[in-house]
Design a binder for this molecule. Structure first.
Ligand SMILES: Nc1nc2c(ncn2[C@@H]2O[C@H](COP(=O)(O)OP(=O)(O)OP(=O)(O)O)[C@@H](O)[C@H]2O)c(=O)[nH]1
Ligand SMILES: [Mg+2]
Length: 438
């Protein structure tokens, strides 16, 4: 324990929860504590609370009982009194017992850890039935191991205030705990079942798209990078765009016509964040199938963000967790309107395959579409086919799913040179005249 910092903030207004942020400086892998705390502040703000103070500490290892050092815990208690805070938010995850211990030291204040805060924001922003179920599942799983801590804590509080320990407190408490646990487990089962049903409908749609051979592109990236803005700019959609974290929770899929006429789908997905709770990734697995099964990922980056590079690493980590690390990925440096020309030139040198755009200002979008076209065409096969007039269905299929290079009506049938997505190539094999790789 060396450096530390405790500071009250100016209070802006009074109606919201008043939060004190607590951070511990350890080996943060590319995330300086300052940036981590700034992000925690944005999360708190998105959740609707006002930050009124901050306590940080340099620690090699967290204290097993209270996470921060005992002296620091007292400092927090003091700052709570000084600022009349109603909420203390830890930047790291607390074990159930750490959380209970801290609550014991600072009574009458809610103690949240980073995961609980993110779950809270997800609960606030969940709109669809599937989204709400996924959040509920993650919340219940977060709560289950904490039920014990909660009751223990009540027992301790009763004892501290002179209440009878054991009789009347522990007994019913333990019984209540068992009941609560059973209810929680039952609810988890129910939610899982409901989710399966909801996911089945999504599965059907996705399956149909897959079988149709349509090329599928997914927007992925750090929260607030501008994914929804890009979806809107490219497809004329009206997905919610907000300067808040986790504005989007549900996947939205739109069709998009590329310059050469190919129809693809573009899917907007939930944003990722550093230290994204694993329970959320688990709970959102079915929504995130859109990412896992995409043919191409557009990794959208907020180029103007000071932590852009570390954010990219965080996104890659989550993609790995999802099993999508190997899916072809295109780096899309967004918000390019906010960076200096020199910085852009440097990035262009460092990432030669990247695309530079501004979704909000509609800059670089043609370039992006051209690049998607090139990627989409990679799996195509160019076929030279002579389709007899009795097979009008195949000519229709070619018009719907392939790119027609030339079409000619001959005596024996329709002569087509087409670029066909791999999924459809076999439909034409019977009438192929010659075969060349594109
Ligand atoms: N200056 C500038 N702002 C942008 C650009 N693209 C998006 N923004 C802003 O960045 C903020 C976040 O945009 P969104 O499109 O909601 O970002 P997102 O990646 O969908 O975010 P989540 O859904 O929360 O993960 C909004 O305030 C947008 O107006 C851009 O190219 N330039
Ligand atoms: Mg969004």
């Amino acid at each position: 324990m060396t450096q530390s910092r405790t500071k009250p903030y100016e209070v802006v207004h009074d109606f919201a929860d008043r939060a004190i942020l607590v951070g511990v400086d350890r080996d943060q892998r590319g995330w300086p504590l300052e940036e981590d705390m700034a992000e925690l502040g944005r999360l708190v703000d998105t959740a609707g609370a006002t930050v009124v103070g901050e306590v940080t500490q340099r620690l090699d290892r967290p204290n097993p009982r209270t996470f921060i050092g005992a002296g620091k815990a007292e400092e927090i208690a003091h700052l709570v009194g000084q600022t009349q805070a109603t909420l203390v938010v830890f930047d790291d995850d607390l074990s159930p017992s750490q959380q209970a211990n801290i609550e014991g030291l600072i009574p009458d204040v809610k103690v949240l850890d980073r995961t609980a805060l993110i779950l809270d924001i997800f609960a606030l922003h969940a709109k669809s039935r599937e989204g709400r179920l996924q959040v509920e599942l993650a919340q219940m799983e977060y709560l289950l191991p904490r039920l014990r801590g909660l009751w223990r804590h009540f027992g301790q509080a009763a004892a501290a205030s002179g209440g009878a320990l054991g009789i009347g407190t522990r007994g019913p408490g333990e019984t209540q705990l068992e009941t609560d646990r059973r209810l929680a487990r039952r609810r988890i089962q129910e939610v899982r079942r409901e989710l399966k049903n909801v996911a089945a409908a999504r599965e059907t749609q996705r399956g149909a798209r897959h079988r149709s051979g349509i090329y599928r592109v997914a927007l992925v990236g750090y929260t607030n990078a501008g994914k929804s803005t890009l979806l809107n700019a490219l497809t004329g959609s009206d997905a919610l765009v907000q300067d808040k974290l986790f504005a989007t929770l549900d996947a939205t899929t739109r069709q998009l016509e590329l310059p050469e006429g190919r129809i693809i789908t573009l899917t907007d997905t939930v944003g990722f964040i550093n230290k994204l709770p694993h329970s959320l990734v688990e709970a959102f697995k079915s929504t995130l199938d859109e990412v896992r099964e995409a043919d191409l990922l557009l990794h959208v980056i907020d180029t103007s963000h000071p932590m852009a590079k570390a954010q990219m690493a965080a996104v890659s980590e989550v993609l790995g967790e999802l099993g999508a690390a190997k899916t072809p990925q295109m780096l899309v440096y967004n918000k390019i309107d906010l960076v200096e020309e020199g910085e852009r030139a440097q990035l262009e040198r460092l990432a030669p395959g990247a695309v530079f755009v501004s979704g909000a200002r509609r800059l670089g979008l043609e370039d992006l579409l051209d690049r998607i076209s090139v990627e989409a065409a990679q799996g195509d096969q160019t076929l030279d086919v002579l389709i007899p007039y009795t097979r009008g269905d195949l000519v229709r299929l070619a018009h719907e799913e392939a790119y027609i290079v030339s079409e000619e009506h001959t005596e024996t049938g329709t002569h087509l040179i087409v670029r066909v997505p791999v999924a459809h190539a076999s439909s034409f094999s019977e009438f192929t005249q010659k075969h060349e790789a594109d």
